[in-house]
Design a binder for this molecule. Structure first.
Ligand SMILES: [Zn+2]
Ligand SMILES: [Zn+2]
Ligand SMILES: [Zn+2]
Length: 393
C-alpha cells in the first residue's frame, strides 16, 4: 500500500505520517519534484540515494515504479502536491490518498508555534493565507503538465478526438488534447476545467479525509486507530461493500421527494436486477409533482397507501421477476436503506433469503421481526466510506 498524505499548510500531515511509520510500520519515502535533493545524489533511474536505501524520488514515474513491485509493503509520503503526479499514482490499485485538514486559525497557530521552535521568522496571518492559497489553488496548465507527463509516462497513446478550447469566447480555437490527459482524470478533459486542476480539488476527492481539530497528538492517534487505515476494504471492497456502493449509486437515480433509495438484487454475486424509488413508468416523476402525498408535508411512513411511488426494492423485485428469485440460493438483496414493512412483506413472499442494508429507516424493528420469523438472514453493513462521488477519480 502507498499512502499519499495531502493537505494545507500545518494541517498535521507530518503527525499522520509519523503515526503510520511508528505505529503501523510504514516506510517513509520522499519526493522532490523536478529538482535535485541537496544532500543526495541522483542515480541513473531518477532515484536519489540517501546512502542506505533508495527512498528519495525526483519523478512520480520513478516513485510509482519503485513501489509497484513492493506494493505489499507499506509506504507513506507527504511530499506530493501536484494533481498530475497524484492522479498518475491514484489509478494504481494500491494507492490511497489521505487528506488532512484543519481550521485556518488552528493551522496558523500551529505554524507559528513550529516556526518559533525551529528558529524560522514569523509570518503575519496575511502572509500565511497567501502561502496557503498558493499551495491549494495554484493551477496547473494542462498542456504543459501533460507534455511533461508524456515524457515520463509509460502509457501508450490512445486515439481520441478530445479537444480543448482557448479561453477566448469570440474565437474558440480547437487544440488537440494530449491523449494521456484523458487517462489522467475527467477534471482535465477541457480547458474550462483547468482552474480545478489544483490541490484543493484533489483534497475534496481524497479516499479518506481527516479533520484534524484535535488538541493533542494522543487524540489524533486515537482517531487514526478508529479509522483503521489498513482495512483492505479501503483499497478493494468486499462483495458486501461493492454491492452496497452500487445500491448507493442506484439511489442517485431516485426521483421520489422523500428520500433517495437504491437496491441491487444479486445471485451468486452477479447482479440480476437494480431499482430505485420513484413514480411508475409514464407517470410524472415524483420530484416534478407526480405524487401529491410525497410532495406535501406527510411524515415518513404515513399515508403510504396514497403514495404513487414504487420503492427501490419493489422495482428490483419486479425487474427480476419471481421466477429468478423464488427459493433460489445465493440471492441477496442489497438496499442502502432498511426495507419498509410493505417491501419486507414482498421480499419474504418472493423468496429472498438474505438482506443487507446500510441506513436505518422508521420501522426497522417491524421489518426485522418479520424477517426473523421468515428465517431471512439480515445484516447491516456500512462500508468504511460511503463518500463516493460521482465523477471522482
Ligand atoms: Zn415519492
Ligand atoms: Zn409518494
Ligand atoms: Zn419500501
Amino acid at each position: 500500500m502507498f499512502i499519499s498524505i495531502i493537505g494545507p499548510t500545518a494541517s498535521g500531515k507530518e503527525e499522520v505520517a509519523n503515526y503510520l511509520v511508528n505505529k503501523l510500520g510504514f516506510t517513509r519515502i520522499y519526493f522532490v519534484a523536478g529538482n535535485s535533493h541537496s544532500t543526495a545524489t541522483v542515480n541513473g533511474n531518477g532515484v536519489e540515494t540517501d546512502g542506505e536505501e533508495q527512498r528519495v524520488f525526483t519523478t512520480a514515474k520513478h516513485l510509482i515504479n519503485f513501489i509497484t513491485p513492493r506494493w505489499r509493503q507499506n509506504f507513506v509520503s507527504t511530499d506530493i502536491t501536484s494533481p498530475v503526479d497524484l492522479y498518475l499514482m491514484w489509478k494504481r490499485p494500491f494507492v490511497l490518498v489521505v487528506g488532512v485538514d484543519a481550521p485556518m486559525g488552528t493551522r496558523f497557530k500551529r505554524y507559528c508555534a513550529k516556526a518559533a521552535n525551529t528558529g524560522h521568522g514569523p509570518l503575519t496571518l496575511a502572509q500565511f493565507v497567501e502561502m496557503d492559497d498558493a499551495l491549494l489553488y495554484r493551477c496547473e496548465d494542462p498542456p504543459t503538465n501533460v507534455a511533461a507527463l508524456v515524457a515520463a509516462s509509460d502509457l501508450e497513446p490512445q486515439l481520441t478526438s478530445e479537444t480543448i478550447l482557448s479561453d477566448s469566447p469570440m474565437q474558440p480555437v480547437a487544440v488537440p488534447l494530449p491523449p494521456q490527459a484523458v487517462l489522467l482524470s475527467p477534471i482535465i478533459r477541457n480547458a474550462a476545467d483547468a482552474h480545478e486542476l489544483n490541490l484543493k480539488r484533489v483534497l475534496s476527492s481524497a479516499n479518506v479525509t481527516i479533520a484534524n481539530t484535535f488538541a493533542t497528538i494522543a487524540e489524533l492517534h486515537k482517531h487514526l486507530d478508529h479509522l483503521d487505515l489498513l482495512n483492505p476494504e479501503r483499497l478493494r471492497p468486499s462483495w458486501d461493500t461493492y454491492f452496497m456502493l452500487l445500491s448507493e449509486l442506484a439511489s442517485h437515480r431516485a426521483n421520489c421527494m422523500k428520500r433517495k433509495v437504491g437496491c441491487i438484487l444479486v445471485k451468486d454475486n452477479q447482479i440480476i436486477a437494480t431499482g430505485y424509488n420513484g413514480t411508475p413508468k409514464g407517470i410524472t416523476n415524483c420530484n416534478e409533482g407526480g405524487c401529491p402525498r410525497c410532495n406535501d408535508g406527510t411524515p415518513c411512513g404515513v399515508s403510504l397507501d396514497h403514495c404513487l411511488c414504487i420503492h427501490a426494492e419493489e422495482n428490483a423485485l419486479l425487474e427480476a421477476g419471481r421466477g429468478r428469485v423464488r427459493n433460489a440460493t445465493g440471492v441477496v438483496l442489497y438496499c442502502n436503506t432498511c426495507p419498509c414493512l410493505g417491501c419486507a412483506k414482498k421480499i419474504v413472499q418472493v423468496g429472498v433469503k438474505v438482506v443487507v442494508y446500510s441506513k436505518g429507516y422508521g420501522m426497522d424493528q417491524l421489518t426485522l421481526k418479520l424477517f426473523k420469523e421468515a428465517n431471512i438472514v439480515v445484516r447491516q453493513h456500512t462500508p468504511p466510506t460511503l463518500s463516493m462521488e460521482i465523477g471522482s477519480p
